[in-house]
Design a protein around this ligand. Structure first.
Ligand code: ATP
Ligand code: MG
Length: 555
């Protein structure tokens, strides 16, 4: 993979450099630890690129670990989609696929160890009482009345919790740390709770499940993770991460390092909210091309290399910020500009009949496949008497700045000829249904021997010698830059999807396969949707050509 040339130095890599220089670690081990309760999104991509990118650049290892401690929310569909998406992004965990649930027995033993040290107890306060006893940022908490049970009693109760003798919510195991700690996380946090729910991997073997804070640090330690990179919300949890390891796990311990999560304008990243979009039918599924999920971006036509480039270029920092969505699109355009073959697609066709062109004749004109990449070669494009141009490229009564086709005006057809509009045909309601034109046979290839100029070049396809297509044009799902504020119903963009059913594309696309990407000249980048059939191609517009981000930055 060629992305490490871009891989920026950052504070995490600086820490790793120091740890290698000091001899603290010989080899670097990171992990990406998704909870399988939804599909991965562009925010996860930042974390994947960071963790797998570090492993790649330091000749280390990156584990894929499913943090599957929440039995009711996890589904096999999510596990499979996560593995597919990480691979699609271009990363490989090799043999290092793990599940936190594989460690349940070991975690249980370590919890028993903590009890034996007098550092954990079974508490019978209700969830509500625990909250009330916890205190606030300004007031210390209160000790639970169960805090000073004997070690024997705690061992007995914890074992009976495991055996299923108690109801959900009646007992929890808590760490015995400090109810007056200024860090609320350290006020006797819950380590285990009772959930009488079948787990997707361990079935009904367990009815107690370890909490995230207990599971995560120990899973990291069990796997010999050296640097456990997570988002800033876990900064306060680091004290607990370290505390648990210090009590029950031999050194060396993994080090937790926090970085700022990715926020993107117009984009929702909470899996809970994305699930809501799916469940309410606001989108067609997790892979709807409007979704910020990796499977949605993939279907939309994003490339793995553009996403990796984006992740490298936004960098890693300790300060929360929001990235402009236009920057993601900018990275995508840079990639597609190099790689996407050019073609012509007419999204809203208007028929043009070239009256001085022989009926029934077809000839071929030569088109460049990619001006950025001469090795992409050329193609032969059929030209005939009846062609389609874009409706918006013609005006009966054009204003001053409109240089495209109009009555009496001459324009160039890309790669083909100059044509002049001679007549306009309307239906009974006055709608334009057809243009009549003449062509100049001496202008083949797009220039006139007498040197006369035209002010516009239009894309086109031959009417008969082209393919019908459906084109789906997308816009942001939300009307506000920060969709985390407000109710989904109030901020939905009613125009986030426009379906054009009468588009026509070049005949050369007849063998195009889902995910194939093209630049439709003047229209943007498009990719073939899996809904495509042999009767009708379906395209998603990935992104329009106009780069609003470069405009802002002036490059
Ligand atoms: P969500 O809030 O969407 O449910 P999560 O953090 O609960 O996200 P996890 O499956 O636990 O989702 O995330 C796996 C990893 O991805 C974690 O290490 C998490 O820090 C990281 N991650 C999640 N969202 C982002 C983001 N927006 N930017 C960077 N990293 C993220
Ligand atoms: Mg999480």
């Amino acid at each position: 993979m060629d992305t490490n040339i871009n891989a920026p130095s950052n504070f995490i890599r600086n820490i790793i450099d120091e740890d290698l220089a000091s001899g603290k670690h010989q080899a670097i081990v990171t992990r990406f630890p998704p909870e399988p309760n939804g599909y991965l999104h562009i925010g996860h991509a930042k974390s994947i690129c960071l963790n797998f990118g570090i492993a790649r650049d330091y000749n280390g290892t990156c584990h894929l670990r499913f943090d599957d401690t929440n039995p009711e929310k996890e589904e096999t569909e999510y596990i499979e989609s996560i593995m597919r998406d990480v691979k699609w992004l271009g990363f490989d965990w090799g043999p290092h696929l793990y599940f936190a649930s594989d460690y349940f027995e070991k975690l249980y033993d370590l919890a028993v160890e903590l009890i034996k040290q007098g550092k954990a107890y079974v508490c019978e306060l209700s969830a509500e009482e625990i909250r009330a006893y916890r205190g606030t940022l300004t007031e210390p908490g209160k000790d639970s009345p169960y805090r000073n049970r004997s070690i024997e009693e705690n061992l007995d109760l914890f074992e009976r919790m495991r055996k299923g003798e108690f109801e959900e919510g009646s007992h929890v195991l808590r760490a015995k740390i400090d109810m007056a700690s200024p860090n609320i996380v350290m006020r006797d946090p819950t380590l285990y709770r009772i959930r009488k729910v079948t787990h997707h991997r361990t079935g009904d073997a367990w009815c107690i499940y370890p909490m995230y804070d207990f599971t995560h640090c120990l899973s990291d330690a069990i796997e010999n993770i050296t640097h456990s990179i997570c988002t800033l919300e876990f900064e306060n949890n680091r004290a607990l991460y370290d505390w648990i390891l210090e009590q029950v796990y031999p050194e060396p311990h993994p080090r937790q390092i926090e970085f700022a999560r990715l926020n993107l304008t117009y984009t929702m990243m909470s899996k809970r909210k994305l699930l809501q979009l799916v469940n309410q039918g606001i989108v067609t599924g997790w892979d709807d091309p409007r979704m910020p999920t990796l499977s949605g971006l993939r279907r939309r036509g994003y490339t793995p290399s553009a996403i990796r480039d984006f992740a490298d270029r936004i960098g890693v920092s300790k300060a929360n910020s929001t990235v402009d969505y236009a920057f993601l699109e900018h990275c995508l355009r840079e990639d597609l500009n190099q790689t996407a073959p050019r073609t012509m697609g007419v999204l809203r066709p208007l028929k043009v009949v070239i009256e001085n062109y022989p009926e029934g004749q077809v000839e071929y004109v030569e088109g460049m496949n990619n001006p950025q990449d001469p090795s992409a070669g050329t193609r032969q494009i059929p030209f005939a008497r009846e062609i389609y141009i874009e409706q918006e490229d013609f005006m009966i009564d054009p204003p001053k700045k409109f240089f495209r086709l109009a009555p009496g005006r001459e324009v160039r057809l890309r790669f083909a000829y100059f044509i002049t509009c001679t007549d306009v045909i309307n239906d009974d309601d006055g709608n334009i249904v057809e243009i009549r034109a003449t062509y100049d046979p001496d202008t083949k290839g797009g220039s006139a021997p007498d040197g006369r100029k035209v002010k516009a070049t239009l894309h086109w396809v031959a009417a008969e010698h082209s393919l019908p297509a459906e084109v789906r044009i997308y816009d942001h799902l939300f009307t506000t830059e920060d969709p985390d504020v407000g109710e989904i119903e109030d901020i939905l963009n009613p125009n986030s999807l426009e379906i054009l059913t009468d588009a026509r594309v070049e005949l050369n696309l007849k063998d195009a396969k889902p995910e194939d990407k093209f630049q439709f000249e003047r229209q943007g980048y498009f990719c073939v949707d899996p809904d495509s059939t042999t009767e009708k191609l379906v395209f998603n517009r990935t992104v329009a050509l106009r780069d609003t981000w470069s405009k802002i930055k002036g490059d």
